[in-house]
Write a protein that binds this ligand. Structure first.
Ligand code: GDP
Ligand code: IMO
Ligand code: MG
Length: 421
C-alpha cells in the first residue's frame, strides 16, 4: 500500500499545497487526480510564495516526479503561464512532470460557457471561479470532450473547431457578449507548451511505480464539502474531491491506498456561494479574514470565515476514511480570548448531528466554548512547546472525531510545520 492521499475536509483552501510541499521529501511521486485551474495551492520557502493551479505541489523538489492524472481538467493557457512562472527552465521541468493523455482539456469556449451559465443563474449562482471547470467536465461525461492525448493528432485543429461550433450554438441562447480571441491565442500557445512535456498512459506508470515500492502522494484539490456528490449541492465543484476520486482520477485500485490524510483549518472558510452554518458576520469573522489573509489564491475574492464545524468535519472523515488529521492556521487564532467549535446543529428546533439534504434549510450551530491561547506559535517546532489551551483544542477535536492530529502547521512556510507521532 504505497499510495497515500491528502485532501481537504472543508470547503477548499485548507492549506493542502503547503502540506504537500512539506511532505514531498518522503515521497517519490506527487500526483493530482481531479479539479483543474479552479485550485490555488500556495506554498512558501526561502521567503517566496508560489501559487500552483494545475501543477502538483511537489514540483519544487528536483528529484520528485509529478503527475497530472486523467481526472484533472487542463487549461493549456493556464498551464503555460504556470510553467513559465515556476523558475526552473522548461528543459528541466519536462523531467519532473508527466501528464495523462486522458486528462480532458478546458477549451476557451468552456470558460465563456461557465461565465454565461453563472450570469444566467442570477441570485442563485454557484460563485464559480469561472475557469471553465463545469462545462469541461460536462463535455467529458457527455463524451464530447477533447483530451490531452488528442493534441498530437493531425486533425486536432479541426476537432477544436467542431467543438467550438457546438459551444457557439449553445451560447446563442444566452444574452452574453464575449471575446474569444482574448483566450484563443494564449490557448494555442499553451498547446505548444503541453507538447514539450511527456504525455502518456500515466495509469500504467503509477501502478508500475507503486509495484516497485515507490511512495506516491495523491494531492486533492478543493475540499470534501465541494464534492460533486457529497458537498452542498448544487454549490459544489464538478468533480469528486473525496478519496474515491483518487482511484478514478489516477487509475489505481483502492487496494493500493495506505494513509488518507485530511487537512483542515483550525477554523472554516468558504469562497463562493452556498451554505456555511458557522459563518461569522461580526468582527471575529473580519479578524479571521484579515489575520489569516483569507482572500482566494485563484480569484482574490474575500473568503467567508467562521468557526470550526465538527458535524461537517465528521461527515468528511467518514466519506473519505481519514486515517490522520493535519491542522493548519491555528497561529491565526493566537490572541483570541475564546474559541468556539460547532458540535451539533439545531434544525427546526431539533438537535441534529447530520448535514441536511436541502442546501437552503436554516441551520443553527450549537457551540462548545474553549479557552483561547495568547502566545504567538509560528516559531514553535515542537508539539510540547505549544500553549496548553491549543493542546486542549487539539485534544478536543481528536476526541470528537476519533482521529489523531499528527501534523500542525503554524505558518505558511514549509519549515513552519510540527510533526507529531
Ligand atoms: P490550498 O488550496 O488548500 O492549498 O490552500 P490555499 O493555498 O488556497 O490557502 C491557504 C493559505 O494559507 C495560503 O495563503 C497559505 O500560504 C496559507 N497557509 C497554509 N498553512 C498555513 C498556516 O499554518 N498558517 C498560516 N498563517 N497560513 C498558512
Ligand atoms: P483549492 O484546491 C476553494 C469553489 C468556488 C465555487 C465552487 C465551484 O484551492 O482548495 P468551480 O470553479 O469549481 O466551478 O467553482 O467551488 N472552489 C473552490 N473554493 N478552493 C478551491 O480549490 C476551489 N475550487 C473551486 O469558489 O464556490
Ligand atoms: Mg486554494
Amino acid at each position: 500500500m504505497n499510495i497515500d492521499i491528502l485532501l481537504g475536509l472543508q470547503w477548499g483552501d485548507e492549506g493542502k499545497g503547503k502540506i504537500v510541499d512539506a511532505l514531498s521529501p518522503v515521497y517519490d511521486v506527487i500526483a493530482r487526480f481531479q479539479g483543474g485551474p479552479n485550485a490555488g495551492h500556495s506554498l512558501e520557502f526561502n521567503n517566496v510564495k508560489h501559487v500552483l493551479h494545475l501543477i502538483p505541489s511537489g514540483i519544487f523538489h528536483a528529484d520528485k516526479l509529478n503527475i497530472i492524472g486523467n481526472g484533472v481538467v487542463v487549461d493549456p493557457s493556464v498551464f503555460k503561464k504556470e510553467i513559465e512562472a515556476l523558475g526552473p527552465p522548461v528543459s528541466e521541468l519536462t523531467k519532473r512532470l508527466i501528464i495523462s493523455n486522458k486528462a480532458n482539456l478546458i477549451l476557451p469556449s468552456h470558460r465563456i460557457l461557465d461565465a454565461a451559465y453563472e450570469m444566467s443563474k442570477g441570485n442563485s449562482k454557484i460563485g464559480s471561479t469561472l475557469k471553465g471547470i463545469g462545462p469541461a467536465y460536462t463535455d467529458k461525461t457527455s463524451r464530447n470532450g477533447l483530451r490531452v492525448g488528442d493534441i498530437l493528432k493531425k486533425d486536432f485543429r479541426q476537432r477544436y473547431n467542431d467543438h467550438f461550433i457546438n459551444h457557439l450554438t449553445i451560447l446563442k441562447s444566452y444574452d452574453f457578449k464575449f471575446d474569444l480571441k482574448e483566450y484563443e491565442n494564449g490557448w494555442f500557445e499553451g498547446i505548444e507548451m503541453l507538447k514539450k512535456f511527456p504525455v502518456s498512459n500515466t495509469e500504467y506508470l503509477v501502478n508500475e511505480l507503486a509495484g516497485k515500492a515507490k511512495r506516491i502522494l495523491a494531492e486533492g484539490a478543493q475540499g470534501t464539502m465541494l464534492d460533486m456528490d457529497f458537498g452542498s449541492y448544487p454549490f459544489v465543484t464538478s468533480s469528486n474531491t473525496i478519496s474515491a476520486g483518487a482511484c478514478t482520477g489516477l487509475g489505481i485500485s483502492p487496494k493500493l491506498i495506505g494513509d488518507i490524510f485530511g487537512v483542515f483549518k483550525a477554523y472554516c472558510t468558504r469562497v463562493g456561494c452556498g451554505p456555511f452554518p458557522t459563518e461569522l458576520f461580526d468582527n471575529t469573522g473580519t479578524n479571521l479574514r484579515n489575520i489569516g489573509h483569507e482572500f482566494g489564491s485563484t480569484t482574490g475574492r474575500p473568503r467567508r470565515c467562521g468557526w470550526l464545524d465538527l458535524p461537517a468535519m465528521k461527515y468528511a472523515i467518514m466519506i473519505n476514511g481519514i486515517t490522520k488529521l493535519f491542522m493548519t492556521k491555528a497561529d491565526v487564532m493566537s490572541g483570541f480570548k475564546t474559541i468556539k467549535v460547532c458540535t451539533s446543529y439545531k434544525i427546526d428546533g431539533k438537535t441534529s448531528f447530520e448535514l441536511p439534504y436541502n442546501s437552503d434549510i436554516a441551520i443553527e450551530p450549537v457551540y462548545a466554548e474553549l479557552e483561547g491561547w495568547q502566545e504567538e506559535i509560528t516559531t514553535k517546532r515542537d508539539y510540547n512547546e505549544l500553549p496548553s489551551a491549543l493542546k486542549k483544542y487539539i485534544n478536543f477535536i481528536e476526541k470528537q472525531t476519533g482521529i489523531p492530529i499528527t501534523m500542525i502547521s503554524v505558518g505558511p512556510d514549509r519549515e513552519e510545520t510540527i510533526f507529531r507521532n
